[in-house]
Design a protein around this ligand. Structure first.
Ligand SMILES: [Zn+2]
Ligand SMILES: [Zn+2]
Length: 72
């Protein structure tokens, strides 16, 4: 489980720290990179991607942003 550099092909564009998850971006903690990738596992190292914020405050914002995004 190491970074092979493949994740950089999927690297997500910077939005904001809190908007990323709501926009479908996922974080690989091994590669330490946000990717725009449909699968549940990192295409690079095979580690499961994190698709939600960890903190309760982050989760709250995540839900609000999701609802906000849907309206647009
Ligand atoms: Zn990687
Ligand atoms: Zn990875």
């Amino acid at each position: 489980m190491t970074c092979k550099g493949i994740c950089h092909h999927y690297k997500a564009t910077w939005i904001s720290q809190t908007l990323r998850y709501a926009n479908g971006q996922k974080k690989c903690v091994i590669c330490d990179v946000f990717v725009k990738y449909e699968g549940r596992f990192c295409p690079c190292c095979g580690r499961r991607l994190r698709n939600k914020p960890r903190t309760s405050k982050g989760k709250q914002m995540f839900v609000e942003q999701k609802m906000g995004l849907r309206k647009v």
